[in-house]
Design a protein around this ligand. Sequence first.
Ligand code: SF4
Length: 196
Amino acid sequence: MDKCLLHVCCAPCSIAVIDELKNDYDLTVYFYNPNIYPEQEYLKRKAEVVRVCNEWKIPMIDADYETQNWEECTKGLENEPEGGKRCLNCFAMRLNKAGEYAKQNNFDIFATTLTSGRNKKADVIHPLGFKIAEKFGLKFLDIDWKTEGRQEKGRKMVKDRGIYRQDYCGCRFSIENRTQNSNIIRRGGQNHNLKP
Ligand code: SF4
């Protein structure tokens, strides 16, 4: 069975992915998300990933909370819209770290749950994954986790377990987006819960 390192961003995005991949691979979860702000939120999201991994006894690597590195890789891009250049650097930084770990620890393949996110496009994330895979001599698993009913399955699994679901992507700039979105929604008189 191939060894697969799965970069995960949060429990809601990863639970259905882990459930699927654990049957096909010798799976290890890799949590590297120094984009998440503030630290309390980072710890909360990480604790939920730990809970999911414990359910199926999947090993989890808890990588460092290198906020300084994230600040450096997104410097000058503070005013970019969500989905713009700042996000591209943010994805690349996290995937590169996962690829590096996978290479150093003899994994065959690496993957990421990032494409589970509502605003995370596979045609942006997959080319990054392939480039990093090539750099480290790995294979990249290019599945768009939004497809084939996986989102619905994940939502049900999250609800059944009472897993915490955040309402912003992760960084401090995306918190501001949440506030703006909430204002727009309040004016419209509806109460949707925006999800990353
Ligand atoms: S909005 Fe999300 S993907 Fe974009 S920089 Fe912030 S945390 Fe990263």
